[in-house]
Design a protein around this ligand. Structure first.
Ligand code: IPE
Ligand code: IPE
Ligand code: MG
Length: 233
């Protein structure tokens, strides 16, 4: 098959429209989205992707109804409970980016169980972006860097691009090679702004619950036809 990107990031969008199309509730759409995510995680391991980052809940998604927000986190707990053993058997390392400590307690506990259980694994790095927004991430980095400068641990002229990267949630994670967004929307919606400076973007009209391993491979194929120059010739 085509060249497999080392790091794929996905904006999993379109659960609500999928639900509407099938006469279901938005939460049934999110449930179907969790099932799609499960398959894509498995297929990422099969393909030999090293890092998969999924956008599951943004800092702006709190604007939705309380019922939808709490329903999404309940589905997340259900997913973790059902899948953790299998993720672990498949050697997956689970990681969370974003301020997940302000999620409901049951979700925080489920996430921490998965981080602890899979910490020693060596397979696919599966990063879940939860209560994640790039602007909040960058503000947080600036605050930490300011403290380091004030405490004399860092000089101003030592603030390089690589130092900034080290203060982001994604420190130790390579930049995404490919960013996929489903559902036909063509925007980042505050996802990995700094990290995707030289990523390739593939947009597909498929709604996230319908995003299959075959469609995933088609996106990777599209990526493998791109010519990445990084500003060089
Ligand atoms: C993506 O699907 C999941 C989250 C943002 C949590 P949406 O819920 O945004 O689905 P649409 O965009 O309304 O179809
Ligand atoms: C982006 O989708 C966030 C996630 C997929 C988690 P949204 O549906 O929230 O984005 P907008 O509102 O269409 O930009
Ligand atoms: Mg959406």
């Amino acid at each position: 098959m085509s060249e497999i990107p080392g790091h794929i990031a996905i904006v999993m969008d379109g659960n609500g429209r999928w639900a509407e199309k099938h006469g279901k509730s938005r939460l049934q759409g999110h449930d179907a989205g969790m099932k799609a995510m499960k398959e894509i995680v498995k297929h990422s391991s099969v393909l030999g992707v090293e890092y998969l980052t999924v956008y599951a809940f943004s800092t702006e998604n709190w604007k939705r109804s309380a019922a939808e927000v709490s329903g999404i986190f309940k589905l997340l707990v259900k997913y973790v409970d059902q899948e953790l053993n299998e993720l672990h058997e498949n050697d997956v390392v689970v990681n969370v980016i974003g301020d997940y400590h302000s999620l409901p307690a049951a979700a925080v506990a489920a996430l921490e169980r998965s981080l602890t259980k899979t910490a020693g694994n060596t397979g696919l790095h599966f990063n879940i972006a939860l209560n994640y927004g790039s602007r909040a991430e960058i503000c947080r980095a600036i605050r930490s860097i300011s403290v380091a400068v004030r405490e004399g641990e860092l000089a101003e002229d030592e603030i390089t691009e690589s130092v900034v990267s080290d203060f982001l949630y994604t420190a130790n994670i390579p930049e995404p090679d490919l960013v996929i967004r489903t559902s036909g929307e063509k925007r980042l919606s505050n996802f990995l702004l700094w990290q995707s400076a030289y990523s390739e973007f593939v947009f597909t009209d498929v709604l996230w619950p319908d995003f299959s391993p075959a469609e995933y491979e088609r996106c990777i194929e599209e990526y493998s036809r791109r010519s990445r120059r990084f500003g060089g010739r």
